[in-house]
Design a protein around this ligand. Structure first.
Ligand SMILES: Cc1cc2nc3c(=O)[nH]c(=O)nc-3n(C[C@H](O)[C@H](O)[C@H](O)COP(=O)(O)O)c2cc1C
Length: 165
C-alpha cells in the first residue's frame, strides 16, 4: 500500500483540520496516510508521496511550511508532491481558482508540484492577537468546504493509484 505524508502548518487549527480531511479521504481511497504537523517531521523516509499545506498569513505560507520545504527539498523533489493553502475569509475559494501566493508559486515550481489548491480559511470572531482580532471584526467565519477538500484529495488518490498499477 502506498504511504502518503500529509504535513501541515497551522496557527489556529483550521489548516490542521483540512489536513485531517485530506488524510481521511486518502484512506477512504485505499491509501495509507499519516497526517502530521510539518514542524515535527524529521524525514520523508518510508513515504511514497507528500501533501504539504500551510495557512496563509500576510500573503505568505505559514513559516513551518516554508521551513519544511527548505529542510526537505531533496526528498520532496524525488516524490510526487501536492500543495495546498488555506486563507481567504470569504467564499472566493469555492467560486474560483485563487492565484497562488507568489512564495507558494515558487515552491510549486521548485518542487515540480503535481497540483495546488487554495481552500477557504477560518477565523473565530474572538481570535486573539492584535492583527487577528482586528481582521476578525470584519471577516470572521468558517469558509472551508469539506466537500471541495475531499474531492481534491480523491483526485490525488486516483493519480497515485493509477501510477501504482
Ligand atoms: C493576521 C492574519 C493575516 C492573514 N493573512 C491572510 C492572507 O494574506 N491571505 C489569506 O488568504 N488569508 C489570510 N488570513 C486568513 C487565514 O489564512 C485563515 O484564518 C486561515 O484559516 C488560518 O489558518 P489556521 O487556523 O490553520 O492558522 C490571515 C489571518 C490573520 C489572522
Amino acid at each position: 500500500m502506498m504511504r502518503v505524508l500529509v504535513a501541515y502548518a497551522s496557527e489556529r487549527g483550521g489548516t490542521a483540520e483540512i489536513a485531517d480531511w485530506i488524510g481521511t479521504a486518502l484512506r477512504e481511497a485505499g491509501l495509507d496516510a499519516d497526517v502530521r504537523p510539518a514542524g515535527e517531521i524529521a524525514g520523508l523516509g518510508g513515504y511514497d508521496a507528500a501533501v504539504l499545506g500551510g495557512a496563509l498569513y500576510a500573503g505568505r505560507w505559514h513559516r513551518e511550511a516554508r521551513h519544511f520545504v527548505r529542510h526537505h527539498a531533496d526528498a520532496l523533489a524525488h516524490r510526487p508532491v501536492w500543495l495546498f493553502s488555506s486563507g481567504p475569509l470569504d467564499h472566493t475559494a469555492e467560486e474560483k481558482q485563487i492565484a497562488l501566493a507568489p512564495g507558494v508559486a515558487k515552491v510549486a515550481r521548485r518542487l515540480n508540484a503535481r497540483g495546488h489548491a487554495t481552500f477557504g480559511g477560518r477565523l473565530s470572531p474572538d481570535a486573539q492577537g492584535f492583527l487577528a482580532s482586528k481582521i476578525a471584526k470584519r471577516s470572521s467565519g468558517d469558509f472551508r468546504d469539506r466537500g471541495q477538500v475531499t474531492e481534491w484529495a480523491a483526485g490525488i488518490a486516483r493519480e497515485l493509484r493509477g501510477a501504482a498499477v
